[in-house]
Design a binder for this molecule. Structure first.
Ligand SMILES: NC(=O)c1ccc[n+]([C@@H]2O[C@H](COP(=O)([O-])OP(=O)(O)OC[C@H]3O[C@@H](n4cnc5c(N)ncnc54)[C@H](OP(=O)(O)O)[C@@H]3O)[C@@H](O)[C@H]2O)c1
Length: 291
């Protein structure tokens, strides 16, 4: 049973926000999605209205273009960090509960084991640095707040590395996928379920959430081809073979022991969730046809 009756989801039409709004609405609470263009999280009066009209706020809004942030650090800073300071202050004044979503990109990926919440962040990119400042602003505010770091997310709404790979598959030809990035592809359906449990328990603090099991991007691609029964030449490559504007962590594995101790439903295995997601795409005619 949710202890909140009016929940504001900032970034409510993004990939995660869309799924979260659907699941919250199914629970019978009044949920309002706030998003660009009519809502700008950097506009303090619009943010104040959103916070003032809710008894809990989940922030899924972010500047998520990791490479774009290198060229637009001020925009990334304003959305991912500056607006979080404002959100924390507004929520503190109104005693509003906040859940803020963050990222594995706060780590540099150099560790040889999964990251837990006590590990020191050391982001490699502008995106990661701004997200870390945002986390700290929310957790440092005088309001009940939880920050949930997620990773490698995919969902029905919006583009993600799974749908981008499917487009490349449809394009024909040989495929390359990096085999040196380690993590767990995580379905927004499962993230939303966990966020709602945290709301139910009015949990505060910092948490890592990912699907259970670890893999590489290359193995994810193999699994996709396997589930869809597609034969393609797929070869492994290294992240360094394709330099991008922003550096990515190679180890994104999360230790989820802390959140496991409070969730009532075990975290689903990445393969099971990805298979269900692909079957849904297939049923909805959303697997791009081969060209
Ligand atoms: N996707 C991943 O693999 C991944 C991994 C780790 C963590 N995360 C985190 O998960 C959370 C949700 O991200 P997502 O995957 O759902 O990404 P998303 O689809 O890009 O959603 C972000 C939403 O925020 C909106 N937004 C951007 N600037 C805004 C502003 N100034 N005011 C109001 N809304 C604004 C975006 O609108 P526009 O689309 O119009 O810009 C979009 O609807 C973020 O905190 C992200 O950092 C994502």
């Amino acid at each position: 049973m949710l202890p909140f009756s009016k929940i504001a989801v900032l970034g409510g039409r993004g990939m995660l926000g869309t799924e979260l709004c659907c699941q919250l609405a199914a629970r019978g609470v009044t949920v309002t999605a706030y998003d660009l263009p009519e809502f700008d999280i950097c506009n303090e009066s619009q943010l104040a209205d959103a916070v003032g009209d809710a008894d809990a706020v989940v922030n899924c809004a972010a500047y998520t273009n990791v490479d774009g942030a290198e060229a637009q650090p001020n925009v990334a800073e304003a959305v991912n960090a500056g607006a979080m300071t404002a959100l924390g202050e507004l929520a503190a004044r109104a005693h509003t509960h906040v859940i803020h979503v963050s990222t594995d990109f706060v780590f540099n990926g150099a560790s040889d084991r999964p990251y837990n919440e006590d590990d020191d962040p050391s982001p490699l990119s502008v995106y990661g640095k701004t997200k870390l400042r945002g986390e700290r602003a929310v957790l440092g505010a005088d309001c009940p707040a939880a920050v949930v770091r997620v990773q490698w997310t995919f969902g029905q709404a919006g583009n993600n590395f799974i749908t981008k790979f499917l487009e490349r598959v449809a394009g024909g030809g040989d495929l390359l996928m990096v085999d040196d990035q380690h993590g767990a592809p995580t379905w927004t359906h499962d993230v939303s379920h966990a966020l709602i449990e945290l709301l139910e328990q009015q949990t505060t603090g910092l948490y890592h959430f990912a699907a259970s099991g670890y893999t590489t991007r290359y193995s994810v691609a193999e699994h996709i081809l396997d589930v869809l029964g597609l034969k393609r030449n797929l070869a492994p490559c290294r992240t360094a073979d394709f330099p991008a504007a922003a550096e990515r962590p190679l180890n994104s594995r999360f230790d989820c022991t802390k959140i496991d101790s409070i969730l009532t439903r075990p975290r689903p295995a990445w393969k099971d969730s990805l298979t269900t997601f692909l079957e849904e795409l297939k049923d909805n005619g959303r697997i791009p046809a081969p060209t």
